[in-house]
Structure formats: structure tokens, C-alpha cells
Design a protein around this ligand. Sequence first.
Ligand SMILES: C[S@@+](CC[C@H](N)C(=O)[O-])C[C@H]1O[C@@H](n2cnc3c(N)ncnc32)[C@H](O)[C@@H]1O
Length: 205
Amino acid sequence: MHHEVGVGPWEGALPEGDHWDPELLANGDRRNVLDEYRYWTMEAIVAELDTRRHNFHVAIENWQHDMNIGTVVRTANAFLAKEVHIIGRRRWNKRGAMVTDRYQHVRHHPTVEDFVAWAKGEGLAIIGIDIFPDSEKLETYELPQNCVFVFGQEGPGLSDEVHAAAETTLSIEQFGSTRSINAASAAGIAMHAWIRRHVFNQRVG
Ligand SMILES: C[S@@+](CC[C@H](N)C(=O)[O-])C[C@H]1O[C@@H](n2cnc3c(N)ncnc32)[C@H](O)[C@@H]1O
């Protein structure tokens, strides 16, 4: 059986208020959004999300075109990251984001230096996520409340510049035969570790 996502045109008298989208009210709302946002304008949804975003940010290096960025953005939206940062090339493949980039503040930094200056100005701890010999364990590290997680690329991993600028780098313990997991999976795990620590108050170590 085919199940259509969302709702059809609004029935009855039209509601009043700036957050309602006239086009969606008229034609129906088939977006992948929560029911409470049905028929809301994109701007109204973003403004509501802005009132309750979390204190972690995510950043991903984009020197080659990395297909993981869209998935990172989508997960950042789900866990309500404050902002997403692209370091390096401005352009990235939006497909995996499934339009969630529109609900997220995505900021671009042309160089690591620009990114680091911005993070320091915001008082954010830079937490690199990668498997370096000096990495600490994500599982037991006391994650700071105000931080930005930085993820590397499929081939090269995190750059030496980010490694040097970071307060620490954290690795995710693996048990199988491969050296690393995919960057978007690593990003999901890191964001969720922050959620467990700071939303559910689950202490580690
Ligand atoms: C596929 S990895 C890069 C490969 C890596 N340089 C290596 O030595 O095999 C791409 C990105 O995913 C993340 N990543 C993958 N596996 C990880 C792990 N076990 N712990 C922490 N980060 C990981 C990191 O952000 C890394 O920069």
C-alpha cells in the first residue's frame, strides 16, 4: 500500500498568523517535518529551532568533494547542532542532506586558520575526531558543553592544522578488522555522545 507523507490542503477556514505558509495551506504539506510544523513556513520553523538549539557545533573539512557532508548536515539537524561549518571548499554535495540544510545554519570557512579564529572568538573548544596515536577515547572523555566537533575526509582524515589547533582529538573505539568507519557515521556517534552527556546527563569515565 502506498503511504503518502504529510497532509493535504488545509480544510476549513484558513488560520491566521505569519508562520503559516499560504502555498502549503492551499496545496498540502508533503515535507519531512514533525507534525507540529505542518503548514509552517521554512523561516518560522528555523526561528523556532533557533530558540532551543544545543551548544555543540559540527565542522567538516572539505578539501576534496566529500559525499559524507550531506549526511552530517542531516544528523546535525536531527540532534539540533547550533551550526554546521564547512572548512575548505565552499561547494558540497547537498543530496544526502535531504533538504535539512535549509533548517540549519551552515557557515563556510575558507581555511583552517579562519575556522580556528572563529571558534576561539566564540569561546568554543575545538574537538577533533580522528584516530591519531595521541587521540583520547570519545567513550570516556568528559565532553565540554560548548564545543565544535571537527571531522576529516574519507582519504586523508583530519588535517595536521586541525590536529594541532584542537584542544584534543578523540577516537571511537573499533572492534572489527578495519582501521576506520565512515566520517558521517563517526559524526553521528560523536553528536550522540554529546546528547547523552549534556541532555541526559549521563556521565562517563
Ligand atoms: C575514513 S576516516 C579517514 C581515514 C583515516 N585517516 C585512517 O587513518 O584510516 C574519515 C574521518 O572519519 C572519522 N572517523 C572514522 N573512523 C573514526 C574513528 N574510529 N574514530 C574517530 N573518528 C573516526 C574521522 O573524522 C576521520 O577524519
